[in-house]
Design a protein around this ligand. Sequence first.
Ligand SMILES: [Zn+2]
Length: 174
Amino acid sequence: MWRAWCLTAAWLVWGAAAAAAEPPRPVRAGAAAVDISPRDLPVNMPGGFAENIAEKVHDPLHARALILDDGTTRLALVVVDNVGVGQETAEEIKSLASRRCGIVPERILLSATHSHSCPPANVVDGPPAEVAYRKILIEGTAEAIARAAGRPPPGAGGGGAEPPPPPGGKRPAV
Ligand SMILES: [Zn+2]
């Protein structure tokens, strides 16, 4: 038992010395926000017990991406204004973003604000405006990741990205 403790202590001392000897690696960061407001209205805004129809966009909805890169690992932290993004939709976003900027899907963390004032993210068979919105959300979120990574898609121009907006209520008007 004593021998195991000595070996463990020696390993910890060696590890600490090795870590102290490494020069600190700078971490580079990039950020972008893309407007993912619905273009086809009206749409239902799920999250409550009753239908909640939006007739127009009161405040824009956004996908916001932050890229961190220490020279060895590059990862993306992404948040979208939505009540919830399903697994299939999330995987489509990650796959599209990965093809555009090279960050592997396993290093893209996607979350949602849980806003009840957004169209549904996951409708593949239903009202045309809601099916169309899923594509806007996938395309816009992948674009936010690619732009934050400094690699906008070819021919994208500069029209879609904007500085991240301040946090606040996102509510298409009813
Ligand atoms: Zn809720």
